[in-house]
Design a protein around this ligand. Structure first.
Ligand SMILES: Cc1cc2nc3c(=O)[nH]c(=O)nc-3n(C[C@H](O)[C@H](O)[C@H](O)COP(=O)(O)OP(=O)(O)OC[C@H]3O[C@@H](n4cnc5c(N)ncnc54)[C@H](O)[C@@H]3O)c2cc1C
Length: 372
């Protein structure tokens, strides 16, 4: 098992900054990224060509904590390429395809588990952002389906299933259908949603209607519930969805279903905040009640953090998008104060520098100022 000083979960702006600052302070760090690219979270959520702004929250007086990470109003593709070059310049290694699962705490160390490996460390920085994909809720050995449309051309010549009832799913259905139609491909795009009603905006509905009128082969499956992920006898990972269910006497049911190769399934079923992950990891959170929280919505859980963005588990820090839009700061006297935390690149970068400097101090050092 590898032993490192810091395990950083997520290679977004926060995780990359933490790795840069760790290197500057002589800490051995490993960055675990579940995706296959740096800034996977940004790549998945920003529209193509979107400009990335260097927004600084109103109440901040400090400049960008790591200037190399400051966006320059450039399109997202250019920003990501620039940071890739910067990561190479700083000699940072990122372990791609390593999805963090959890940690266990022994007396004076933590063991972090991913799908592939285990790491022993004394500090963990949770920099996994705010977009945690909602689980498909299926049983079986095969579980991984795409969450967004990569290259639509990969679906030409094969029926494709898009899951989800909102605008994101509708956009993917339209784009896929257009691509297939342009290639003279008549295989259908199935659009499945577990409910009867789809919730999409007028403009998106107009695009979709136009696509159907122009000859797009779109088949709608209402009440389609993903059930099982299995590997078939040919080794193909398949998703089985239930499309209809009829009750017979004495508790017997007839169910109809369809099975699709997982590589032709795209699940646009949204994301959720990381609160359920914090719960699973045993990190203390407090539920907002009416009149007490000003930023957190009633019923939302806010993470408790003390000096240096330390969570309630010794050695574990949380930063960036994962603690936005607010957290509860444990003041020195033990009182709790709600703190606003803007979900911006500026904050993710600033947080990581704070957390890494706290880790260095805990190890008995004093954090030297950043070079430059
Ligand atoms: C559409 C859109 C536009 C935006 N525009 C701007 C802008 O112009 N300027 C600005 O300052 N901010 C902008 N933001 C906000 C900004 O993108 C976020 O504040 C920032 O990305 C947060 O950085 P982060 O490192 O905390 O999280 P993220 O960028 O979300 O990175 C988290 C990383 O962790 C990985 N991860 C997640 N779970 C795991 C796991 N279990 N194991 C391993 N890895 C994991 C993810 O794949 C991801 O790469 C925008 C956000 C959106 C959605």
């Amino acid at each position: 098992m590898d032993r490192v000083d810091v395990v950083i979960v997520g290679a977004g702006p926060g995780g990359v900054s933490a790795a840069i600052r760790s290197r500057e302070l002589g800490l051995k760090a490993v960055v675990l990224e579940k995706g296959l690219r740096l800034f996977q979270g940004i790549i998945e959520t920003y529209p193509r060509g979107k400009k990335v702004y260097p927004t600084i929250p109103k109440d901040e007086e400090q400049p960008f904590a790591i200037p190399d990470l400051e966006p320059a109003n450039e399109p997202v593709e250019e920003y990501v390429s620039r940071i890739e070059a910067c990561v190479a310049k700083h000699g940072i290694t990122i372990c791609y395809g390593e999805e963090f699962q959890g940690f266990s705490r022994e007396k004076d160390s933590l063991t972090v588990t991913t799908v592939k490996n285990r790491y022993k460390t004394s500090a963990v920085i949770l920099a996994f952002g705010s977009n945690i994909p909602i689980d498909l809720g299926i049983y079986g050995e095969a579980k991984v389906v795409a969450r967004n449309l990569g290259n639509p051309e990969e679906h030409i010549g094969v029926p494709t299933l898009v899951l989800g009832g909102g605008n994101a799913a509708a956009d993917v259905v339209s784009t896929l259908s257009k691509t297939k139609r342009a290639a003279g491909d008549s295989t259908p795009v199935y659009w499945g949603h577990r409910r009867e009603h789809f919730k999409i905006d007028k403009d998106v509905a107009r695009d979709l209607g136009e696509e159907i009128l122009l000859g797009g082969n779109i088949k709608i499956l209402q009440g389609a519930v993903p059930r099982i992920g299995e590997v078939d006898e040919d080794g193909v990972e398949r998703l089985i969805i239930q499309t209809q269910r009829f009750a017979l006497p004495h508790g017997v049911e007839i169910t109809h279903g369809m099975s699709f190769p997982m590589k032709h399934v795209i699940a646009c079923i949204g994301t959720q905040g990381p609160s359920s992950i914090f719960d699973r990891l045993g990190l203390q959170q407090i539920t907002c009640t009416a009149g007490v929280c000003k930023i957190g919505k009633e019923g939302a859980k806010l993470l408790m953090l003390s000096h240096g963005l330390r969570t309630s588990v010794n050695g574990v820090y949380a930063i960036g998008g994962a603690i936005s839009p607010a957290y509860l700061h444990v003041e020195e006297q033990g009182t709790l104060r709600e703190r606003k935390h803007s979900n911006l690149i500026f904050k993710a970068v600033q947080d990581c520098v704070r957390a890494v400097e706290d880790i260095a101090m805990q190890r008995g050092g004093t954090a030297p100022p950043r070079p430059g």
